[in-house]
Design a protein around this ligand. Structure first.
Ligand SMILES: [Zn+2]
Length: 651
């Protein structure tokens, strides 16, 4: 007698477990099967409406702080001599562990850089210098996400000005004048030597805190902002700066104007007030014009610095500052130079590009937009300016493709013709094909999307193409460039199903991709969390049982590393099944006496495994739920009868 009640309980528990498993199977299998059928129909018939939007940036990676330069500079103004302590805080953005930091040191090309010591976290290390590339081995390996501080102590005497760097006329141009971190691309440092053709400068943005000690009689022009000035000591600051430039002179006079929230200051000398006024006027006009057409000027201030005469470079852009050599610093000449150099604030300082290998991305585009501004603002002077800076389609029949780097040229004039003037012809052709409105909208998108980042050629070309899908831009691209990725025009991506469906249980979701390019990656996200990355069609299974009630979104992004990025979304609803009370009287249940609650406690509604949710408006899922409900009811009732029979036999 002591055994039988225990046996009865064991049997009851086994039976309840069996019921639970069966109910879960019913709930899981029915909606999945019906959803697969639904997808098959829709995808095969091609009737699935796919909401396709321009690809957005991937999810924000965990924030890696920008590099931070803390510099103390002692300036011997009379001797043009600098003594510098430069600490650089750097966090490894990954993806690989680093054993060294690499800097580019343009002044080494002018014998204006001598390193006296280098430390990593206060541990002395032995730098390796190869021309203008300076490699600082780290005292310890630096894994992704880890930070270090490298401190360089160095000195140098500025060379005679070449028009954009050096000293003459009592003006010191500290421009591309210090060791600046190379760009880390997929864990590999980009390395290049300095060359005088083009701009051999390629940098990520960083933050700067700079203290300058100099004679109190000098005036300092900076691309950042002045935090304080006190008896020969200046404290300067810049954020999101691609470089940090200064002009120092005891001869400088200044003219200043506020353009909205931006302070524009011209630093000039030698009775050039008229040129300074003209520069200020053009800067204001151009800043407003670019602001309307592309987006707001990206920095709090702008310094325009008159550079000494002589040397091979006429003008040079930096972050928040540009230089104009004295012989072009005249009221007649400054308009196009100011228009050009100022446009680099948008395309170079804010949106970065590889200026070594893809200089057309800033020079060609800046040439084009500054001519557009000039044509509208100075129509009388425009033809002469066009003759120097502009170009037409037919001028470039026998010219190199535009995607050539600075090391592909040994002649500055050929470089200017191929990259600048051909750029004007290219962007004019693109604008004509797209229409003005779509063209400027595309540049606005490009500016917003890549501000303070480094854009690749395909990013700019893709943005143009996405803004005017109906225009045949590909033939224009192929006329001016020979990028391999221009062969691959098409990329299609779709997610099965329709928006707004109610999903329950595990749901199979097919993702189809069709790409011309052999290199295509598809990344799939559920509510922003990555699920999988693949390069072919795939069916993913979403277990909705683990999701909260309400709307969820699957996003798939395909990227062929070239012209194409496609993003598609599928929104669906989750409505978790709610427990339903057991039926008290149904036709099939009449023959079986209802059990007393105390006799079968494990079959109370609270303990019964959840039944599928009430039928919804989606027919196949409704069918699945109805069938599931019927099977459940039959199992429950059958189970009750079985239990009662067991109980009867045990008695
Ligand atoms: Zn330029």
């Amino acid at each position: 007698m002591m055994v039988t009640p225990g046996l009865a309980q064991v049997v009851r528990r086994l039976f309840v477990l069996f019921l639970a498993v069966m109910c879960l199977l019913v709930a899981a299998v029915a909606p999945q099967a019906s959803y697969r059928a639904l997808l098959g129909t829709n995808v095969a018939s091609g009737s699935t409406p796919i909401s396709q939007t321009p690809a957005s940036q991937g999810r924000a990676a965990p924030a890696i702080p920008r590099p931070h330069y803390r510099m103390a500079i002692a300036v011997d103004y009379e001797k043009a001599f600098l003594n510098v302590t430069q600490a650089v805080e750097f966090t490894n953005p990954g993806p690989v562990t680093l054993s060294s930091l690499v800097f580019h040191v343009a002044p080494a090309a002018f014998n204006a850089f001598t390193l006296s010591s280098a430390t990593d976290f206060d541990v002395a290390v032995q730098p390796v210098q190869d021309g203008t590339i300076l490699e600082i081995p780290l005292s310890q390996a630096l894994p992704p996400g880890a930070a270090t501080t490298v401190t360089l102590r160095w000195w140098g005497k500025l060379p005679v000005s070449n028009g954009r760097y050096g000293a003459a006329d009592g003006v010191l141009l500290l421009t591309d004048w210090y060791p600046i971190l190379a760009v880390l691309q997929d864990g590999v440092w980009e390395r290049h030597q300095y060359t005088s053709i083009g701009d051999a400068f390629f940098e990520d943005v960083a933050d700067y805190d700079v203290t300058v000690t100099a004679p109190p009689t000098v005036t300092i022009a900076t691309g950042g902002t002045q935090v304080s000035r006190n008896d020969g000591q200046w404290v300067l600051h810049a954020e999101n700066a691609r470089d940090f430039a200064m002009g120092i002179s005891s001869h400088f006079q200044t003219l200043s104007r506020k353009v909205d929230n931006v302070t524009v200051t011209v630093f000039y000398y030698g009775d050039r007030t008229e040129a300074a006024k003209a520069s200020l006027d053009v800067a204001e006009q151009a800043m407003r014009w670019y602001g309307r057409h592309i987006g707001p000027y990206p920095f709090p201030a702008l310094s325009i610095v008159q550079a000494p005469p002589g040397g091979e470079h006429t003008a040079q852009e930096h972050t928040g500052l540009f230089t104009l050599r004295s012989d072009i610093f005249t009221p007649a000449a400054v308009p196009i130079y100011v228009a050009h150099e100022l446009a680099h604030a948008w395309f170079f300082a804010s949106v970065g590009n590889d200026q070594i290998r893809q200089p057309w991305m800033d020079e060609g585009l800046v040439d084009s937009v500054s001519l557009d501004f000039f044509k509208e603002t100075y129509p009388r002077e425009f033809p002469a300016v066009w003759g120097t800076w502009g170009g037409s389609w037919d001028d470039f029949k026998d010219t190199l493709p535009m995607n050539r780097g600075i090391f592909d040229f040994n002649n500055g004039s050929v470089y200017f013709f191929t990259v600048y003037r051909q750029g004007a012809a290219f962007f004019a052709a693109v604008r004509e094909a797209m229409g003005d409105q779509a063209y400027w909208k595309a540049l606005q998108t490009y500016y917003q999307q890549y501000a303070f980042k480094i854009a690749r050629p395909q990013d700019l070309l893709r943005t143009l193409r996405q803004a005017a899908p109906q225009a045949d831009l590909l033939s224009i691209f192929r006329r001016f460039f020979d990028y391999p990725f221009l062969k691959y025009a098409n990329l299609d991506l779709s997610i099965g199903g329709n928006d707004g469906q109610i999903w329950q249980g595990p749901v199979a979701v097919p993702i189809s991709v069709s790409a011309d390019s052999p290199t295509c990656t598809v990344s799939v996200f559920l509510d922003g969390e990555p699920i999988t990355t693949t390069n072919h069609a795939v069916t993913i299974t979403i277990d909705t049982a683990s999701l909260r009630d309400g709307q969820h979104v699957i996003v798939a992004r395909a990227d062929d590393a070239g012209l194409n990025q496609v993003e598609v979304r599928r929104a669906f609803q989750v409505q978790q099944p709610t427990p339903t009370p057991l039926p008290t009287a149904t036709p099939t249940a009449t023959a079986i006496p209802a059990p007393s609650p105390t006799a079968t406690p494990s079959l109370t509604p609270q303990a019964t495994p959840v039944a599928p949710a009430p039928a919804t408006a989606v027919p196949p899922e409704t069918g699945g739920k109805v069938i599931g409900g019927l099977i459940l009811a039959a199992l429950v009732l059958g189970g009750i009868g079985l239990t009662l029979r067991w109980r009867a036999r045990l008695r």
